[in-house]
Write a protein that binds this ligand. Sequence first.
Ligand SMILES: [Zn+2]
Length: 236
Amino acid sequence: MLLGCSVRLQSGSKMVSVRLLREDEKSVEVELEGLPLAVMNAIRRFTINEVPTMAVEEILIIENTSSMPNDILAHRISLIPFISDIDHYVAPEECTCGSKLGCEKCTVRYILRAEAKDEPITVYSGDMTPEDQNTKVKPVSPKIPIVKLAPGQRIEMELYVRVGRGKKHSKWQAAISSLYEPKEGAKDKRILYVESIGFLPPKRILLEAAKALEKKAVELEELLSRELAGKQGGEE
Ligand SMILES: [Zn+2]
């Protein structure tokens, strides 16, 4: 662990430095220096809305005799964060399958089946069972209550867990983050605090945010060079 150590990179004439100040299971704090404030803030925003995570995107309700309407039940389930395996799964719009049902690269299928016999029961996130028992993609906690069933009531549904980003829907929001000035130190220093919702380890969120920023810069470069080359060609 490089706690307290700083990494410096030469960027143009200014030194960019990153220093890990503190970390635990849920959050991480780093000191950034030598970057424009807008770039630091872009990284903060990207930890919130550009980092891929996994949640239930689609629900097929086969049976619901509970007192909760289908749409509310579906909404509650969709807000459950899943431990996200973003090394193996891609967002449906980035997948090559083009299938509405998805494939093994873009969809993890879960089944939720519960019935109250003689006593009322509470259905929890832990009652959802994956089709593939070996999947790493599972609810961050098995104790999130979903619905209460009275005797005789029953629910059965298929759940499709998929990769998404906070910008598409806040249910995929990876973290809560803030950027603030240190009590003392240089003017161009800021501390970035990132607290994970639970989908991914906080350090991974930070790395994914930096990766997303890099991807945007590459996209911009490609678009600019295409646009400028096109204009040049048009004038000839
Ligand atoms: Zn697919």
